[in-house]
Design a binder for this molecule. Structure first.
Ligand code: GDP
Length: 296
């Protein structure tokens, strides 16, 4: 289970605090030392940890908290609020174009879950009575187009493809034209990833971005890769001005570092999380619910 280690440790630190009738400054400092270690061991970016601890300390050591009737609970509340803030505060919803179709460009490295997430997102949109078109522009990963077509068929979402001989810019352009002609309200472009961030990929993505003029550029990253995922997000954001992140494989036993660091490091909100391989395993990301889940 994701966050198991982190969650267990934070919960025991929190229950110690909650149980105290009187909480001193030293108690808070001790708890912060323990939280700091737990976050670092969960692979949270060290700068993020430092800022987080400083913020909690500043608020928790305040007189209103320590002199309140339930100081332990007040400190726990501060930790919960700051953890929520760290992950983006509020739910960050998908942009909707004022004039349809809304164009969503999906980017990411191979294996992160980009194709799967494109299909899952199309399914979510269909459930909301939208009419999405999936555009298969990942011409490099063997079988990516076929995979999208199979997923689209299962979900009842149309997949537009021109095979793997056309270039992605043309495919995107033709897909958007089709969507306009046939009144699709959302276009999801599954672009080509690579094994690593490289210049050729970024050039190609910039080309697609130029013709597609996307309302959203969503980066798909794999939570299991921890700080690597955050580094990938930083590189992509520098090159592509992302509008959001989809964090996949949160159903695995990730320690949680990526989930807790990516917003703070890139200032890009997590918009959805992947919770499994099945088509319905994509959920809008709620920072407050995630914080409460971690703190128990
Ligand atoms: P792409 O190369 O980025 O397009 O990656 P794919 O969409 O093909 O996904 C790579 C693998 O990750 C596939 O086996 C997916 O089933 C799996 N996958 C994607 N998202 C999730 C998720 O949220 N949880 C789990 N457990 N597996 C996922």
């Amino acid at each position: 289970m994701a966050f198991e280690g982190l969650s267990g440790r934070l919960q025991s630190i929190m229950s110690k605090l909650r149980g105290k009738g009187k909480v001193t400054e030293a108690d808070v400092k001790e708890a912060m030392r323990e939280i700091r270690l737990a976050l670092l061991e969960a692979d949270v970016n060290f700068k993020v940890v430092k800022t987080f601890i400083d913020r909690v300390k500043e608020r928790a050591i305040g007189q209103e908290v320590l002199k309140s009737l339930t100081p332990g609970q007040q400190v726990v509340k501060v930790v919960n609020e700051e953890l929520t803030e760290l992950m983006g505060g509020q739910e960050s919803k998908l942009a909707v174009a004022s004039k349809p179709p809304t164009i969503i460009m999906m980017v990411g490295l191979q294996g992160a879950g980009k194709t799967t997430s494109s299909a899952k997102l199309a399914r979510l949109l269909s459930k909301q009575n939208k009419k999405p078109l999936l555009v298969a522009a990942d011409i490099y990963r063997p079988a990516a187009i076929k995979q999208l077509e199979v997923l689209g068929e299962q979900l009842g979402v149309l997949v537009f493809s021109l095979g793997d001989k056309e270039n992605p810019v043309k495919i995107a352009q033709a897909g958007i034209e089709k969507a306009k002609k046939e009144q699709f309200d959302t276009v999801l472009i599954d672009t080509a990833g690579r094994l690593h961030v490289d210049e050729q990929m970024m050039d190609e993505l910039r080309g697609v971005r130029k013709v597609a003029e996307p309302d959203e550029i969503l980066l798909v990253i794999d939570a299991m890769t921890g700080q690597d995922a955050v580094n990938v997000a930083e590189s992509f954001h520098r090159e592509m001005e992302l509008t959001g992140v989809i964090l996949t494989k949160l159903d695995g036993d990730t320690r949680g570092g990526a989930a807790l660091s990516v917003k703070a490091v890139t200032n890009c909100p997590i918009k959805f999380v992947g919770m499994g391989e099945k088509a319905d395993a994509l959920e809008p990301f709620h920072p407050d619910r995630m914080a409460s889940r971690i703190l128990g």
